[in-house]
Design a protein around this ligand. Structure first.
Ligand code: PRT
Ligand code: ZN
Length: 283
């Protein structure tokens, strides 16, 4: 049995549960329960505050966990990281009141900066030779300048709307973060094996998220040219259509290349292009 710690309620919770479910792992969850066991995979789920997850994993109370890189690195536990999960993307940024001039980081020399991430901020500033007074506060960091507590803040930004609504502007990006899977460094052979199985499933889910299944029709004399545009996993599947002189091509395209490829395919004579999501992808 492997024990995973995920955030009980917060920005990481839904996507963490969704990932576990997409890996085909079923469990009954209730907002009142602090732990639950899967009914079809040797996994127990603990629901905790995100800040406690790295410590519990390091101590072996949980074997693995899902947490933001910002919390992991702040707590000095980067070495536990196993896999980037691609969700809860955000950044830790420095921001100042929007009416103030800003030319470079030098402007923050000797200033008071409020943050919940003193370690990340301290190492960012000291690497750049800046000395500022860091005030550690645990929440509502964005109001610190307006109540006279600080000249600047260093906080998590995602859309940027919290900064705007508090009259602040982002001036430097200190750290880029996303959710990561972390693991205890001393897992038993049995637990390592379960973790490998889980990672295999996570990779299949992640690959599928980036990939799209594409089907299209093309005149036979264009098939070679269009196949060049559709490398797929190995090479495209080509099937004859009932209509003489036409074929159907099936392949996989990467979401990032998607629109560019579609344009090239149309230009090369492809018709009836269908693009459908893939649920799992094993190569
Ligand atoms: O109760 P618990 O301690 O478990 O949760 P928490 O309140 O400490 O954390 P939570 O749920 O707010 O965030 C969990 C993790 O989500 C963080 O550690 C980040 O890795 C990640 N994450 C992603 C974010 C954001 N986006 C985010 N926007 N964490 C916080 N915010 C906050 C930010 O602090 C600011 O107040 O949202 C505001 C900014 O958002 P925008 O969209 O207005 O820029
Ligand atoms: Zn927290």
């Amino acid at each position: 049995m492997l024990r995973i710690a995920i955030q009980k309620s917060g920005r990481l919770s839904d996507d963490s549960l969704k990932l576990i479910r997409e890996c085909g792992i079923s469990f009954i969850s209730s907002s009142l329960k602090l732990k639950t066991e899967s009914t079809n995979f040797p996994l127990e789920i603990l629901f905790l505050r995100d800040d406690d997850i790295p410590g519990y994993v390091a101590d072996g109370v949980a074997d693995i966990g899902i947490v933001g890189q910002n919390v992991l690195v702040e707590e000095g536990m980067k070495h536990l990281s196993v896999e980037e999960l691609g969700f809860s993307r955000c950044r830790l940024s420095l921001a100042i009141p929007k009416g103030e001039n800003y030319t470079s980081l030098e402007d923050l020399n000797g200033k008071n900066i409020a943050t919940s991430y003193p370690n990340l901020l301290e190492s960012y500033l000291s690497e750049r030779g800046i000395k500022a007074h860091i005030h550690t506060i645990s929440g509502s960091v964005e109001i610190a300048p307006s109540i006279g507590l600080a000249d600047a803040i260093c906080d998590i930004v995602s859309s940027g709307s919290t900064l705007i609504s508090n009259g602040l502007k982002e001036v430097e990006r200190v750290f880029k973060s996303q959710a990561v899977l972390i693991a205890n460094q001393d897992l038993s052979a049995e637990k390592k094996e379960i973790l490998e199985k889980l990672l295999f499933r996570i990779h299949a889910v992640q690959r599928a998220q980036r990939a799209k299944y594409i089907l299209l029709n093309a005149p036979n004399d264009k098939v070679a040219e269009i196949s060049q545009l559709l490398p797929g996993v190995k090479s495209p599947t080509i099937l004859p259509l009932a209509e003489e002189g036409w074929s159907s091509l099936h392949s996989v395209v990467n979401e990032d290349d998607f629109w560019e490829i579609i344009e090239k395919l149309k230009a090369a004579g492809a018709q009836g292009i269908l693009v459908v999501p893939i649920e799992k992808m094993i190569i």
